[in-house]
Write a protein that binds this ligand. Structure first.
Ligand code: NAP
Length: 255
């Protein structure tokens, strides 16, 4: 019960395969009370079904590109919980046509959308979350991918957004460290989810990793959730600004 008595908000639960859902489940199993967000009406029923598996959750509609949604989400968190111990940011989006072909063909809009949803949203969320964490500190966790450090064909504009996200983790860790708020990321190995289904050649990426990762297999949701539990809990109280690779060791390889 590493999160007993703690409260958290989880962004990015689309369905049972979502990394954010795996983390939410692990956090709930460990005693946390959670608020889950969903992007809009289209996914409300799905979110409701998943939230029904949790004890006393708060369900909040929040499109992170809308300032008024973010504002309202954290007002609701304050009303429900009073304070906040952790945030899980499991959000990314790029136009499907940007995730194939050459990066130099990225459209202006495609670039803006990927950055706004996938990277800027972390800073916007941190700004709202920090005042609720001031009393006893807190932990903010995001999910990133190796495509922000190395070139992964077709990941394109999302890789550039992940590079911005990785640096955002470090700048936010500096901003909020004084208040006892830690900011970290998990760089997960490739996993089949709704978001990854949009990346051209994704099954090839899975096959390559399985063959070349030191552990000779793919990552799964459960091991990402276990690492998240460490980063959300007091076990990682001395860790901030860190990008923890949970990818069966693939990131150390030169091939
Ligand atoms: P997922 O289940 O599709 O989750 C992505 C989430 O982002 C969805 O809930 C999606 O909601 C949400 N989202 C997109 N635009 C949004 C907006 N404007 N406002 C609020 N929410 C929005 O896929 P996932 O793979 O678990 O992705 C979670 C995170 O893990 C992402 O940052 C991803 O890059 C990262 N990651 C994934 C992998 C992988 O291989 N799967 C590997 C490393 C890192 P909608 O469905 O409503 O759009």
């Amino acid at each position: 019960m590493l999160l007993n008595g703690k409260t958290g908000i989880v962004f990015g639960v689309a369905n049972k395969r979502s990394l954010a859902w795996a983390i939410a489940q692990r956090a709930a199993e460990n005693g946390a009370r959670l608020a889950l967000t969903y992007q809009g009406e289209r996914l409300e029923e799905n979110a409701r079904e998943l939230a029904a598996e949790l004890v006393n959750p708060a369900l909040i509609c929040c499109d992170v590109t809308k300032d008024e949604d973010l504002e309202a989400a954290f007002v609701r968190v304050r009303e429900e919980f009073g304070s906040l111990d952790f945030v899980v940011h499991g959000i990314a989006y790029a136009l499907k046509e940007e995730l194939e072909g050459e990066y130099m063909n990225t459209s202006r809009d495609g670039y803006r959308i990927a950055q706004e949803v996938s990277a800027y949203s972390l800073a916007a969320i941190a700004k709202h979350a920090a005042p609720l964490m001031e009393e006893r500190g807190g932990s903010i966790l995001t999910l990133t991918y190796l495509g922000g450090e190395r070139v992964i064909p077709h990941y394109n504009v999302m890789g550039v957004a992940k590079a911005a996200l990785d640096m955002s983790v470090r700048y936010l860790a500096w901003d909020l460290g004084e208040k006892g708020v830690r900011v970290n990321a998990i760089s997960a190995g490739p996993l089949k989810t709704l978001a990854s289904a949009g990346i051209k050649g994704f099954s090839k990426i899975l096959g390559h990793m399985k063959e070349h990762a030191p552990l000779r297999r793919n990552t799964n949701q459960s091991e990402v959730a276990d690492a998240a539990l460490f980063l959300l809990s007091d076990l990682s109280r001395g860790v901030t600004g860190e990008i923890l690779h949970v990818d069966c060791g693939y990131h150390i390889m030169g091939m």
